[in-house]
Design a protein around this ligand. Structure first.
Ligand SMILES: Nc1nc2c(ncn2[C@@H]2O[C@H](COP(=O)(O)OP(=O)(O)OP(=O)(O)O)[C@@H](O)[C@H]2O)c(=O)[nH]1
Ligand SMILES: [Mg+2]
Length: 282
């Protein structure tokens, strides 16, 4: 088991300060979380920092997660007093609903004011969760740089929406120590932790272990496996053989197999998967 994942480079500490400094200028905070890991992708530091502000939770990448789990999590976050929007930044699904919620907030902010002021908000979340993609969906153009790796956004960037609202994009941040090692693993599976610091083969094996228990049907279907072994290593070898990931000398190419499983999980090719099921968190 990988139990000591830790990625908290200096720029994340700076981002924490940036969030703190700019908080007083915004009316509300948009917290983007990953619908596949709705608990692990909630940063406790962000939670503490933005406590005093109204928050909208965006369950993003909902196209990659289990549909029924999306609904269960949205209901849960609503039940604890948050505004929630389920989003897919690839298709733009959820944007209209978000705008509706923001319009309502702006009207409330301006109730009774002779001059209307635009809503100002800050977008926060762990790395690679889709903050900049959400901004691009909202502005309707490529305003912010995005990329399929963590750490793309480096500094703060204010943007204006067509309706005058102001948005602050921020770099993704993690926290110095994962109390629950599963959080570190989940974030690594979903691409929020720089792959260079991870042992890909071990990480993929951990993922195969979880999928073997929770989504064995999807795993079998994707890799044409007849059965799933109790041992993730055997399953990895079965996958490598099915895909022909064999090195000279008939050795299994574990690295390539690991990379493939991680990539295919991250891009949704294995199926709609939620690693944290709502029913396990009461
Ligand atoms: N499938 C899917 N992919 C998404 C979605 N939103 C964003 N992505 C992809 O996720 C990757 C990260 O998106 P970004 O918008 O750069 O993420 P970010 O949160 O700004 O990342 P940092 O700036 O590194 O913290 C990109 O490859 C996006 O195309 C979504 O709803 N569904
Ligand atoms: Mg970004």
């Amino acid at each position: 088991m990988i139990d000591n994942i830790n990625w908290y480079p200096g720029h994340m500490k700076k981002t924490r300060e940036l969030i703190q400094e700019n908080l007083k200028m915004v009316d509300l905070v948009i917290e983007v979380i990953d619908a596949r890991i709705p608990i692990s992708s909630r940063n406790p530091i962000i939670d503490e920092l933005v406590q005093s502000k109204k928050r909208i939770i965006i369950l993003n990448k909902s196209d990659l997660s289990d549909r029924s789990e999306n609904d269960a999590w949205a209901d849960y976050f609503k039940s604890i007093g948050n505004l929630v929007v389920t989003m897919n930044c690839m298709s733009g699904g959820g944007v209209n609903q978000l705008y509706k919620a923001l319009d309502k907030e702006q009207n409330e902010k301006n109730a009774g004011r002779p001059i209307k002021k635009p809503l100002r908000m800050m977008i926060v979340g762990v790395p690679n969760v889709g903050k900049s993609s959400l901004i691009n969906r909202m502005t309707g153009k490529r305003s912010a740089q995005t990329g399929d790796r963590p750490g793309v956004t480096k500094g703060k960037q204010w943007l204006s929406l067509k309706n005058g609202m102001q948005l602050l994009d921020t770099p993704g941040i993690l926290w110095p120590k994962f109390e629950d090692p599963k959080a570190g693993l989940n974030l690594a599976f979903c691409g929020s932790i720089k792959d260079e610091i991870l042992d890909t083969a071990t990480l993929a094996m951990e993922l195969i272990g979880i999928l073997s228990e929770e989504y064995s049907d999807l795993l079998m279907e994707r890799y044409k496996l007849e059965e799933i072994s109790d041992m993730p290593l055997s399953t990895m070898e079965d996958i490598a053989m099915k895909r022909g990931f064999i090195l000279p000398g008939k050795r299994i190419d574990y690295e390539r197999c690991a990379r493939t499983v991680l990539d295919e999980f991250r891009s949704g090719k294995i199926g709609h998967i939620t690693l944290e099921r709502r029913e396990n968190y009461d």
